[in-house]
Design a protein around this ligand. Sequence first.
Ligand SMILES: Nc1ncnc2c1ncn2[C@@H]1O[C@H](COP(=O)(O)OP(=O)(O)O)[C@@H](O)[C@H]1O
Ligand SMILES: [Mg+2]
Length: 434
Amino acid sequence: MFTHTDLARLQAQSLKMQGFIRQQTYSPQNEKTLRRFSSWEVAELIFKVNQSTMRGRLAADPTLPQGTVEADGRQHWYALEEINELRRRLKVNRRSLMPYRPAGKRAMRAAIANFKGGAGKSTVALHFAHAAALDGYRVLCVDFDPQATLSHSMGLSDVAEEYTVWGIMARDLAAETERMNRASQGAESGTSLPQRRLPASITDMGLADLRAADFIKPTNWPTIDIVPSCANAAFVEFASAQYRHLNPEWSFFAAVSRFLDQLPADAYDLILFDCPPAIGYQSMNAVFAADMLYIPSGPGYWEYDSTTSFIGQLSEALEDLSRFNGLVPAGTMNLPKAFLDLRFLLTRFEPNNDLHRAMQQAFLKVFGDRVTEHPIEMTRAVEQSGRFLSSIYEIDYRDMTRETWRRARASFDQAYAEFRTHLCAAWDQLEDER
Ligand SMILES: Nc1ncnc2c1ncn2[C@@H]1O[C@H](COP(=O)(O)OP(=O)(O)O)[C@@H](O)[C@H]1O
Ligand SMILES: [Mg+2]
């Protein structure tokens, strides 16, 4: 017979193995570090300029970052900080290398969401974050999934649950309840409405003293930060139900949106949400805070089936929020919730697989131009790089068959480029910062 003690023992064994894998893959300090990028990558894959043009420009100005040269190699290798300095200082054919950002707008927020575990949400979030950072954008990720795949692959494995989306929600409940109490006290002098009290278990957590920035952690990429998650944050779904009971007028779904509104508009360019495989309090916060919705789906029938029920349930859940009309305090998001863009992205797609192609046709037939042009291909490189808790951008191409690496990278590059096109179009439509 097996009890909770056996499960705990099995977990302890597994955690030991996890620690071992991390030690094998990360630096000796057990910290994830970011590799350097070769002149070839910087010129052709990142800046999209000719290698010899680039070499000429670097030779002409010795004050530009020159990278490092390995003992037996001729290639120069650049840290991301150096790449970003080159991007700021170089113009090629009078073209700036800086990525597009419309003036006077806050960061764009995109949610990667679907029901099914294994749809590729975390893989897409990780690769889009890395591709955007290589593109020169400053990225904030929010991990809404207590499975914490994104947090772990970004090197954060030791996270306290107060510093997750759960902490953000509890802090928001406290702040909103106080605001409502003040408002009802102020209303119609003398006849102040009953005050709502929160239990000490919430008010004593010290969350009110935390600044928004306290929830944000650096990653191994200098221009990517994350609000991480951890397994203990799984009870946020239970806690949120209890919180709603304590204050039924609390617009629980807007907590993360309000949190993001507290960040300086210029702190980031792109805010990416990785969602849990369920519709609940956390994913409602993610979709409500999002300007764009990206729905990844595998290319099988059951995945199509599951995507169909996801959009149905999401639609119902968003419609349900209408009872909060007029109750959501002014912020950047309003009810009814409207996305500036919405796309379906096929993942783990095999172009030579007839069944996958048939499924793609079905998606196109049903969802039309909402389906992205470039699916993300199934690739050995991602299966392999996943094992090293890394994206294809982080893996050094010399550690793999070059062709495998290039194909995988090309697939993510294309999907990202298309994402960026949609993102920038939506960015232009975004209301100016007030
Ligand atoms: N394009 C791909 N090629 C190969 N394997 C992939 C690809 N996308 C995802 N996977 C693998 O599928 C599994 C589930 O992906 P994941 O992104 O964690 O899904 P989700 O976040 O939706 O649960 C992981 O093991 C991942 O490495
Ligand atoms: Mg995931």
